[in-house]
Design a protein around this ligand. Structure first.
Ligand SMILES: NC(=O)C1=CN([C@@H]2O[C@H](COP(=O)(O)OP(=O)(O)OC[C@H]3O[C@@H](n4cnc5c(N)ncnc54)[C@H](O)[C@@H]3O)[C@@H](O)[C@H]2O)C=CC1
Ligand SMILES: O=C(O)C(=O)CO
Length: 326
């Protein structure tokens, strides 16, 4: 059987596939293949190991009749038309859990970075503008003991909550569609409604999936309800906040700072006003970017493909209905 890997992955993932008898084809370039090229590459392979956030839409599944399964190298699957995959009988798997701590670390890093204006201060040094122990200017703020609001207390949100409580004694509040009792057993977190999350959080960190319901949930109205001292952090998906409203809220002082690992679109253009502010920090979607995590993600994706090849269900399948149909 043949598998196509849409961008290079750590070698243990490739080795696992080869060891189980796959002929492996890899797009060696560092660029995402445009959809026509991806469709072309998938014409004669049995499986696709899809790296990154390139869209897999209805046209893709319609055009790739030979595919027997797709393994994503992400936990998020908002870029995939799962209904179309299911219609065509194609199981799709994701990579939950193995990236939760790494992504929570990036949320933490953004939270600290923005609260201490660390990126802005480091850029002053790079640009030869070292401010000689200015005692009253460009001061940051502490997060110790403050209230961390989590929008979407799932795997990554929980990891962040535990770190923030253990290391900084932060008070944790969260909003989900309903209470997460399991998480509440693991961390001292209080369920609040959306408005309470907005008005009570000193730092508000977004960890929900991107859905029709969460798209642009953080907009003008939401930022207006937040504290003027609040820091907004998003490591989930760029479309969950409305970028122009965020720029407005920061410029008018409606909120104090923002840290983003995700933007809409990605990449962010270098002339974006968010890159010029002293209370912002933008990372290029590096939540899961450690060697250890990316290796585990590659292995998990490979193992899902190997399971499907052996006639088993993909363990991390996200369109479970595909197996009910069969
Ligand atoms: N920056 C990066 O590199 C990474 C980003 N991500 C993003 O993080 C997201 C979360 O990942 P996990 O924690 O593993 O997912 P998860 O499924 O464990 O957690 C998501 C949480 O959001 C909640 N949620 C969904 N809709 C909601 C709504 N309308 N209102 C309030 N809460 C809602 C869910 O109930 C769940 O508790 C992924 O979907 C992905 O988009 C994930 C990994 C890396
Ligand atoms: O896993 C995800 O959803 C990402 O965004 C990248 O790891």
């Amino acid at each position: 059987m043949k598998v196509f890997i849409s961008k290079n992955i750590p070698s243990p993932g490739i080795e696992a596939l080869e060891k189980s008898g796959f002929e492996v084809y890899i797009n060696e370039s560092s660029h995402r293949l445009p959809q026509p090229d991806l469709i072309e590459a998938c014409q004669e392979v049995d499986f696709l190991l899809n790296v990154g956030q390139g869209k897999l839409d209805a046209d893709f599944f319609e055009a790739c009749k030979h595919l027997k399964g797709v393994a994503l190298t992400s936990v998020g699957f908002d870029h995939v038309d799962l209904d179309a995959a299911t219609t065509h009988g194609i199981p799709v798997s994701n990579t939950p859990d193995v990236l939760s701590d790494a992504t929570a670390d990036i949320a933490f890093l953004l939270m600290l970075n923005v609260s201490r204006k660390a990126f802005f201060r480091a850029m002053q040094v790079v640009n030869g503008a070292w401010a000689d122990f200015e005692f009253t200017k460009e001061l940051g703020t502490t997060i110790q003991g403050k209230t961390l609001g989590i929008y979407g207390l799932g795997r990554i949100g929980l990891s962040l909550a535990r770190k923030a409580q253990a290391a900084y004694d932060m008070k944790i509040i969260y909003h989900n569609r309903s209470r997460n009792i399991e998480a509440e057993r693991l961390v001292d977190a209080t369920y609040v409604n959306f408005d309470q999350l907005l008005t009570q959080s000193d730092v508000l960190s977004v960890h929900s999936n991107l859905t029709e319901e969460t798209q642009y949930r953080f907009n003008k109205d939401a930022f207006k309800r937040m504290k003027s001292s609040a820091i907004f952090v998003n490591t989930a998906r760029g479309k969950i906040h409305h970028e122009l409203d965020l720029i407005d809220a920061l410029s008018t002082g409606e909120i104090w700072g923002a840290g983003l690992d995700v933007t809409d679109p990605e990449p962010m253009q270098p002339d974006n006003p968010l890159l010029k502010m002293s209370n912002t920090c933008v990372f290029p979607h590096i939540g899961s970017a450690t060697l250890e995590t990316r290796t585990q993600m590659a292995l998990l994706a490979a193992n899902n493909i190997i399971a499907a090849k052996n006639g088993n269900n993909m363990p991390q399948v996200v369109n479970v209905d595909v197996y009910k149909k069969a």
